[in-house]
Design a protein around this ligand. Structure first.
Ligand code: C2G
Length: 706
């Protein structure tokens, strides 16, 4: 019988998938030992069929123990001749156990193939191969490059004879205490290619990190402790090489960066030196000179020399980057020069949509400051030349001046994330206004990420690095405030003021101003205005940051049908790069995608057509009709993002899937207003009641001293 040991603490969401894969095994002679500190609670989430199946045993462990300690409890309770470890967010393919049992023969252990898979997808096509057995001999330590006991089927008698147990006091690297003595006791390890262990890549390193995603500091402590203990054993050359290289790789990958900061060196040098001194000189022989010099300085306890080396390497690295690109050069000056100059207490930098426009809440906060604050100097990040009220300094994003002000301004106001190269310095205040009530799932709430050039784990990690820098965040309504706190892991000051960008929807909703806006836009004044403002699609792009949009609205048909009475404003999202061809649609369709301020377009329009863009939350302040042209809702909602509200029941207007439906709705717009009156009122109360025309004033009061 095979005993499968499954620690399930904190992975309750995925345990069913793991158990399902165990239950489906073609080799049925097994027991699964599921370990958890609260078995009653676990049993409430686990599928009924496992509770009724005697092969599944649920074993209670003390609270707050490490995974290693839980596995040890499992080993003590094992009834089978073989032991197999499975993590509760992973799973195995149907024939995994069968292939292992068939092939283990007289060996004390055998290894499966490990395959990484994303969290979202749990099905992978397995090619049925020739069932060839691989044999690992001198290179058997390669099998624990992931430092893990996963994937091995091991004889229980062998475990007993060596008295193997996991380290139970460290979270990471604890498997090495089990695996190194095990591999030392065998000459060869057979390996079956077709037996597969699926390891899921965690998608939430911020709130639900896997062990490998724990902070470097903790992993370092664990590694050094385990390394020191193992180095006391009599080890083969292979084992020693493996351990020493594990430590050297960790140093190179994580500590070199950490030691950019001298205070980190002071904090960790002594502990590190104790371990590094144990590295066999043989292992250093074929390593590069930079690494060897570092290691020698640590081994000989020369902290001063080490600091000089480390600072020099970082300088060299920055210089190398600086010479390789224009941007690198500016970042070099930013980091090494501008950031060392004093903070300018009276300087405020404003940026909206990465310098693409003078718009959104930063614009209205700025205007409020012009009205109510003296003594500040204002900088606007703007990519095109533009004359602004108040005559602020304007700088292009990523220009040398931009870096200068990013380094020295006391205040930063932005409505989207800052670039990764922005390092917030001590004393700086960063006001993040954000740019919409969330409909689509945000950051920490996203299960999977379909944008180019990233994955869920990386996206969230970068995102949380950014949100950590925010001192203030504006919430447009109570609903957003709650979501922002969770999805942005935000714990600083939430300004529950409503949106500054919506102030003008209250203060400027009058015919004279509306006529002025139409004039500015060159629109006919005698026609009613439809505003079409859809959002972008994560999975349709040319390259990073440049998205495609294919127009599904039948503009010719709309012109033919409504051209006498209406015009239509086409407003693409700011990340959409597709060009529009409006030939034949003159005097009916107007491309206003480049117009700075969408709030003014709201004022100038009589109805809005959108899809999943947050624009309708703001637009509802005007209480004018909203239609939703959601031809791809299935793909968008389920596959790409997922929604926070129920699109079928909570919207202030109808979901329209076809152009026929759009035409009908426009034709019958007053009927729709009537039909949706109640829903509109409820929607307005929930999302618009904080917007009272005074949000800018409240934000400025809260953040900027008089
Ligand atoms: N916007 C615009 N024109 C569009 C779409 C959006 O001017 N056609 C502006 C609006 O101010 C809108 C903001 O960009 O509120 C955000 O756009 P969304 O379509 O909602 O998409 P996104 O940029 O992904 O932000 O919490 C909000 C979300 O993060 C959404």
């Amino acid at each position: 019988m095979i005993s499968i040991i499954i620690p399930a603490e904190k992975n309750e969401n995925y345990i069913d998938r793991a158990l399902e894969s165990v239950e489906a095994q073609t080799h049925t002679d097994f027991e699964a030992l599921v370990l958890h500190s609260d078995i009653d609670a676990l049993k409430r989430v686990v599928g009924r069929k496992y509770l009724d199946d005697e092969r599944f045993r649920f074993i209670e462990t003390p609270k707050d123990i490490t995974a290693g300690a839980a596995r040890n409890i499992g080993i003590d309770a094992v009834g089978g001749e073989y032991v197999y470890f499975l993590d509760s967010d992973d799973y195995i393919s149907e024939n995994t156990l069968e292939l292992l049992v068939q092939n283990i023969k007289d060996h004390p252990l055998i290894r499966t193939k490990m395959q990484k898979t994303d969290f979202g997808s749990s099905f992978v096509i397995i090619m049925s191969g020739t069932n060839k057995l691989g044999i690992f001999h001198r290179n058997r330590y390669k099998l624990i490059r992931n430092h893990s006991a996963l994937g091995f089927l091991i004889s229980k008698a062998f475990i007993d004879s060596l008295e193997l147990r996991f380290d139970d006091s460290h979270q990471t690297y604890s498997d090495l205490m089990f695996m190194i003595p095990l591999l030392e006791a065998v000459e060869v390890v057979p390996y079956v290619h077709e037996a597969i262990y699926f390891r899921r890549r965690r998608n939430d390193p911020v709130t639900h990190p896997s062990l490998r995603q724990l902070p470097v500091e903790q992993r370092m402590e664990d590694l050094l402790a385990i390394y020191n203990r193992l180095k006391q054993l009599e080890l083969s050359t292979e084992a020693e090489n493996f351990l020493d290289n594990t430590l050297l790789n960790f140093y190179r990958k994580h500590l070199v960066v950490k030691f950019k900061d001298d205070s980190e060196i002071d904090a960790h040098f002594k502990g590190l030196a104790e371990s590094i001194q144990k590295i066999n000189p043989r292992v250093l022989r074929n390593k590069d000179r930079v690494l060897v010099n570092d290691i020698r300085a640590i081994q000989t306890n020369k902290v001063g020399t080490f600091k000089r080396l480390s600072n020099f390497h970082h300088l060299l690295r920055d210089v190398r980057r600086a010479i390789s690109s224009k941007k690198g050069r500016k970042e070099f000056i930013y980091k090494r020069l501008f950031k060392k100059m004093g903070l300018m207490e009276d300087v405020v930098v404003f940026e909206s949509f990465q310098g693409k426009a003078y718009s959104d809440s930063p614009k209205y906060i700025y205007q409020q400051m012009l009205r109510s604050r003296g003594g500040y100097k204002y900088i606007w990040v703007l990519n095109k030349k533009q004359k602004l009220p108040g005559d602020p300094v304007t700088v292009k994003r990523f220009s040398l001046k931009y870096y200068y002000y990013m380094a020295r301004a006391k205040y930063i106001v932005s409505n989207v994330r800052m670039p990764n190269s922005y390092i917030k310095r001590e004393g700086q205040k960063y006001l993040q206004t954000w740019h919409g009530t969330p409909l689509k799932r945000l950051a920490g709430d996203m299960d999977s990420v379909h944008m180019p050039g990233t994955n869920a784990a990386r996206y969230k990690k970068n995102f949380s690095r950014e949100t950590d820098k925010w001192d203030y965040l504006i919430a447009p309504n109570a609903y957003s405030s709650a979501i922002f706190k969770r999805a942005f892991w935000f714990t600083n000051t939430m300004l529950e003021t409503g949106y500054p960008r919506n102030d003008i929807l209250m203060t400027d909703d009058n015919p004279v101003i509306i006529q002025d806006i139409k004039e500015k836009l060159g629109l006919p004044k005698d026609k009613k205005v439809i505003l079409y403002a859809p959002t972008w699609r994560d999975d349709e792009y040319y390259k990073v940051g440049k998205y495609k949009f294919s127009m599904q609205l039948d503009l010719e048909r709309l012109k033919e049908k409504f051209g006498e009475e209406y015009i239509i404003l086409l407003r693409m999202h700011y990340v959409v790069a597709s060009k529009m061809n409006l030939t034949g649609l003159e005097d009916f369709a107007y491309d206003v995608s480049k117009y700075d301020d969408v709030s003014e377009l709201y004022l100038a329009s009589d109805m809005l057509i959108t899809d999943y863009s947050s624009v309708f939350f703001d637009y509802a302040n005007l209480r004018r009709p909203v239609l939703f042209f959601t031809y791809d809702i299935e793909k968008y909602g389920e596959q790409l993002r997922g929604f926070y509200i129920d699109m079928e029941t909570e919207l202030p207007g109808p979901l329209l899937m076809t152009n026929d439906a759009v035409v009908d709705a426009i034709e019958n717009i007053s009927g729709i207003e009537e039909e949706y009156k109640e829903k509109y009122d409820a929607f307005y109360d929930r999302f618009c009641s904080w917007d009272d025309g005074r949000a800018s004033e409240k934000v400025v009061e809260a953040v900027f001293e008089e």
